[in-house]
Design a protein around this ligand. Structure first.
Ligand code: WQD
Length: 355
């Protein structure tokens, strides 16, 4: 199985789940937004050293070469994309160029090399600002609220059109908000640069890596004024990918392109997430209410009945588990940073001649 974006947050957790379920995996990831070190964490959990091709999927020839070297690829899970709503509002062209060109190149190779199964990392942002929640897979897609959302909505359309003329079977997985870390705390979310997403913003503020955390708006028409999202543990998201591949490989799919919502079905406000984080980790977070963030959807959460009944997918983790593992992972990152710092200092001190 080829996993694009395999060094990323969801990609790495999915690789662990695929290996646990007997799949053999290779990754393509140019590490522009990820750290190849995460493969060591995967090895600690699975005992498997996964091969990553550090290739930019926007370069067709380099992408093609990986397929040429691995003619026995049976399935593809395409994660590689930029994924920050806020950043996409600031840099729309960068988002369209990266997210669409990489998808087109992977699809072209998939068709040329006759890879039969394709799983696409989509997103609840394709629903735009829904009139109501929970949303089902049949909820009409409104215009996305951000260029990021457009790249996912367009990505779904491109796949649906492209596979009609060939023998590819596809599944589109619409994630809600993936958060938390693998229970082994060997892998987790480690955004490059200032955190755009809520949970890393919380954990990095709590550990002191950043200052106070900003709540983007408390004047929305919701129960406490802050936005509502359906937070889902990343390991639950990972498991759904394995089930989606099993579903395709066993030819259970009724249509050549099936869509599934991956959420818990529960919506939580930003302030409720903060309160849960504080409660399970016995600490108080330094946060301030700030202005709304352009591109934000007011409220969305999933109806996940289809994934449950068709894929047999049952989310295992609740919001407390998500907040606990997210904090344990942040503390692990800090511990490793301190270790590196003390090793560096001991090298420096040993190399300075005694006076
Ligand atoms: C959630 C809420 C913010 C940061 C994400 C992914 C996207 C897709 C959908 C998978 C919003 C608020 C955030 C902060 C805050 N997932 N917030 N302070 O925008 O729903 O999109 O889920 O494909 O890839 O980006 O997630 O975590 O950025 O924001 O108040 O410092 O938290 O305003 O209401 P979002 P998010």
């Amino acid at each position: 199985i080829l996993v694009t974006g395999g060094c990323g947050y969801i990609g790495s957790h999915t690789i662990v789940d695929l290996i646990k379920n007997g799949y053999e995996v290779i990754s393509i990831d140019n590490n522009s937004r990820s750290d190849v070190e995460i493969l060591k964490g995967i090895e600690k959990i699975t005992g498997i050293k996964v091969k990553n091709y550090c290739v930019d999927l926007c370069v067709f020839d380099d992408t093609h070469a990986v397929f040429q070297e691995n003619p026995d690829i049976e399935g593809i899970i395409h994660f590689a994309a930029y994924k920050s709503v806020g950043e996409s509002v600031q840099n729309p062209i960068m988002y369209f160029e990266n997210n669409i060109n990489s998808l087109l190149n992977v699809l072209k190779c998939c068709i040329e090399f006759g890879v039969p199964f394709f799983v696409f990392s989509s997103s609840c942002t394709v629903y735009g600002n829904p009139d109501s929640s929970p949303v089902t897979e049949n909820t009409a897609l409104k215009l996305p609220e951000s260029p990021y959302g457009y790249t996912k909505q367009m990505g779904e359309q491109i796949i649906q059109q492209a596979i009609n003329n060939c023998d590819i079977q596809a599944v589109l997985l619409r994630y809600f908000n993936p958060v938390g870390a693998h229970p082994s705390i060997q892998i987790g979310e480690n955004p490059i640069g200032p955190p755009a997403n809520l949970v890393p913003a919380i954990t990095q503020s709590a550990i002191g890596k950043t200052g106070f955390m900003k709540v983007h708006g408390s004047d929305y028409p919701t129960r406490d004024g802050s936005c509502i999202r359906d937070y889902i543990h990343v390991s639950d998201i990972a498991y759904a990918h394995t089930l989606a591949l099993d579903y395709l490989i066993s030819e259970k799919n009724k249509k050549n392109c099936e869509v599934f919502n991956l959420g818990t079905g529960n919506g939580y406000t930003v302030l409720e997430v903060i309160k849960t984080f504080e409660k399970v980790n016995h600490l108080s977070l330094n946060y301030k209410i700030s202005e709304r963030r352009p591109g934000d959807v007011i409220s969305i959460f999933a109806n996940n009945e289809k994934a449950k009944s068709v894929l047999g997918w049952i989310p295992q983790y609740n919001l407390e588990d998500m907040m606990r593992t997210a904090w344990q992972w942040e503390m692990k990152l800090k511990e490793e940073e301190n270790k590196k710092e003390s090793q560096y200092l001991s090298i420096i001190s040993s190399s300075v001649p005694a006076i």
